[in-house]
Ligand binder design. Structure first.
Ligand code: HEM
Length: 311
């Protein structure tokens, strides 16, 4: 792939701002539910009958402040995604990336509609779908950051590795498991049930992250593009387990009564955000493993399947 494909630093910057704004949106969304402010504004797309953008700041008090801020930041993310999709469509040469930008736009519109319907129909299932789609959309925005970066337009530095297939598979499995864990977390969050399943998957996620981290470190690669996300993922896992424990204590045990409300809200909200960060870190590692790891050519020439060389 030649450097000509680099869509321009400006498109990359929009993708970056979009991903950061989406993370902020996830944080505010987490805050909205942790504070029980999800239904503070009963109508949609209007806010108490006002055009959403003209709702007076002086009336943004209590739960309305959180819910209305969530809608405003979501609109900003929608606008950024529209700009990015438009720009990619006009300037990007990689066809698949143009379509990925369009898919992000479709997804953000769908997410907005589901969020709105959740308010109108008072459906918990829609809240769970909204939470899962939010994580998937954040993952897509981070992928767009990677794909529009110079890193993705330069020729990748290939690392020949007999166990390339296994490492990639472990990456995919870990990412999928973290995403599934987000779904079970949303079920716990909105229904108060299913904590046993969430704990079981937490143990599986922890095992897979540890295995993946250990395997990447054992390879002693000079390539920090794989090592760095692996180390960050392990750090996030430790943080996430601690935040999960705090959320559990705050939500399900008598000890929660001794914790100040702001601490419980902070624990539950950061647990949602750290989950999203784990997902995108694992995804970045997965994408990079596919880009950089390759089977040794000498072994391939012997005509044996790569699996036979895995350690
Ligand atoms: C790798 C580990 C974990 C990940 C990736 C993870 C992820 C998540 C996510 C993303 C949510 C929120 C979903 C949403 O509403 O959008 C959640 C909720 C929750 N998680 Fe975890 N979790 C992990 C481990 C744990 C552990 C170990 C515990 C308990 C000891 C725990 C307890 C909870 C509780 C109580 C909630 C509901 C919080 C609330 O109602 O606000 N989690 N989890």
């Amino acid at each position: 792939m030649s450097a000509d494909h680099f869509p321009s630093a400006r498109v990359h910057r929009v993708a970056l701002v979009n991903a950061v704004a989406t993370l902020l949106l996830l944080f505010i969304g987490g805050l909205v539910t942790s504070k029980g402010a999800g239904l503070a504004v009963p109508d949609w797309p209007t806010t108490f009958g006002y055009n959403m953008f003209l709702y007076p700041w002086s009336k943004m008090i209590g739960g309305i402040f959180y819910e209305h801020s969530h809608r405003l930041v979501a609109s900003a993310v929608g606008l950024l995604t529209l700009t990015l999709a438009f720009w990619l469509w006009l300037r990007e040469q990689r066809k698949w990336l143009r379509w990925l930008g369009a898919a992000a736009l479709a997804m953000v519109v769908l997410q907005g509609v589901i969020g709105g319907l959740r308010v109108i129909l008072l459906e918990e299932t829609l809240a769970i779908i909204h939470a899962c789609l939010a994580q998937a959309f954040f993952a897509l925005t981070v992928s767009l950051v990677l794909f529009t970066s110079q890193e993705w337009t330069r020729e990748p530095q290939k690392i020949e590795l007999s166990e390339a297939a296994r490492v990639r598979r472990l990456c995919v499995l870990t990412t999928a498991m973290i995403y599934l864990q987000g779904f079970f977390g949303a079920v716990v969050r909105y229904t108060g049930t299913g904590i046993q399943l969430h704990l079981l998957v937490a143990a599986l996620v922890a095992l897979h992250v540890a295995l993946l981290g250990a395997r990447i470190m054992r390879l002693r690669l000079n390539e920090v593009k794989l090592l760095r996300p692996a180390v960050i993922l392990m750090g996030l896992l430790i943080l996430q387990l601690a935040l999960g424990l705090g959320s559990y204590i705050g939500k399900f045990t008598q000890l929660g009564a001794f914790l100040p409300l702001f601490a419980i809200v902070a624990l539950r909200t950061t647990h949602v955000v750290a989950g999203a960060l784990m997902l995108v870190t694992s995804l970045a590692l997965t994408l990079r493993s596919y880009r950089h790891l390759t089977f040794p050519h000498s072994l391939l020439r012997q005509g044996l399947p790569p699996e036979q060389f895995s350690v």
